[in-house]
Design a protein around this ligand. Structure first.
Ligand SMILES: Cc1cc2nc3c(=O)[nH]c(=O)nc-3n(C[C@H](O)[C@H](O)[C@H](O)COP(=O)(O)OP(=O)(O)OC[C@H]3O[C@@H](n4cnc5c(N)ncnc54)[C@H](O)[C@@H]3O)c2cc1C
Length: 266
């Protein structure tokens, strides 16, 4: 590591001020992405602003089917939430399969969403459930939030306060994990309610998380894994890398979608 200044923000207001006062300040939450990035010298902020001690960023509120998760809530806390499990067990399942216990106890939903890694799990849930990302300035619909690889609608000095969504009647998530990191080689979140079916895919898109119109159309007619039999997912715009080809990922999207539907109906 190298010399830098560390600030422990005591409130959201404090964090906004510290961020505004610094030229290249970086927020740190769980540090599970930022610290390895700094160790690899891919980021070198001269100021770190620690969000971990801000109470208003923590916690889960459930009212009926309305769920609000504070940005500073860890993956382990979401995985263990009995209130979320009752209305949206797929999200607990998703959180419980992120990385390893260390990552789950340190990493936060706000950090994951802000980072928008193309293989991260939460973006699929947030896009499929049409969630809202609440910041210190505004509310951003999921459809507008994710804008490409590691790109979001967040401004440089904007802080995520929470993620809010209405739990769909049925939802499911399945991923094929990278055996080393557990990131999604391909992951699919399906969400079905009276308004229709939304399906979001992570780990496969060249531009990050995306909705699958083919799968949404098939499941809107019949919300059953069998409705996806014979469907073919185009491999254009899918990632090819050392882990898997675009064609392999196209097949994984279908397989994971079928498993996610089966889980949603179980
Ligand atoms: C070994 C390993 C395995 C992993 N496996 C998985 C996996 O299987 N699935 C998966 O989805 N993820 C995985 N991750 C990533 C993990 O989920 C991280 O927790 C997450 O990507 C970042 O969250 P964080 O709280 O650690 O954020 P940090 O690393 O602290 O920050 C990440 C970025 O978000 C910004 N940020 C943080 N909080 C806010 C906020 N409230 N508002 C605005 N910007 C903010 C920071 O400035 C930084 O740019 C893995 C990580 C590791 C190290």
């Amino acid at each position: 590591m190298y010399a830098l200044n560390y600030h422990r923000a005591s409130s959201l207001e404090d964090a906004v001020k510290l961020l505004g006062d610094s030229e290249d300040g970086k927020l740190v939450a769980g540090g599970q992405t930022l610290i390895p990035t700094m160790k690899a010298r891919l980021a070198a902020p001269s100021v770190l602003i620690d969000l971990r001690h801000i109470q208003e960023l923590k916690g889960i509120t459930v009212s009926g089917r309305e769920v609000t998760i504070g940005a500073g809530t860890t993956h382990a806390e979401v995985a263990a939430s009995k209130e979320i499990a009752q209305i949206c067990p797929a999200l607990c399942h998703l959180a419980s399969h992120i990385g390893d216990p260390h990552v789950r106890h340190m990493g936060t939903i706000g950090g994951s969403v802000a980072n928008n890694d193309p293989a991260a799990d939460y973006p699929a849930a947030i896009l499929a459930m049409n969630a809202t990302v609440v910041t210190n300035r505004r509310e951003i619909a999921a459809d507008d939030f994710f804008q490409g690889l590691f790109e979001t609608a967040l401004e440089d000095d904007e802080i995520i306060k929470a993620v809010r969504f209405t739990a769909p009647a049925k939802c499911g998530y399945e991923k094929f994990p990278n055996p080393a990191s557990r990131y999604a080689l391909t992951g699919v979140f399906v969400a079905a309610d009276a308004d229709g079916v939304r399906v979001a895919v992570t780990g496969a898109g060249e531009e990050g998380v995306f909705r699958s119109s083919e799968i949404e159309a098939a499941l809107s007619k019949n919300f059953d894994a069998a409705a996806l039999d014979g469907l073919s997912i185009p491999s254009d715009n899918l990632m090819s890398d050392i882990h898997a080809s675009a064609e392999y990922r196209a097949n994984l999207i279908l397989v994971m979608a079928k498993r996610a539907v089966a889980r949603a109906k179980s």
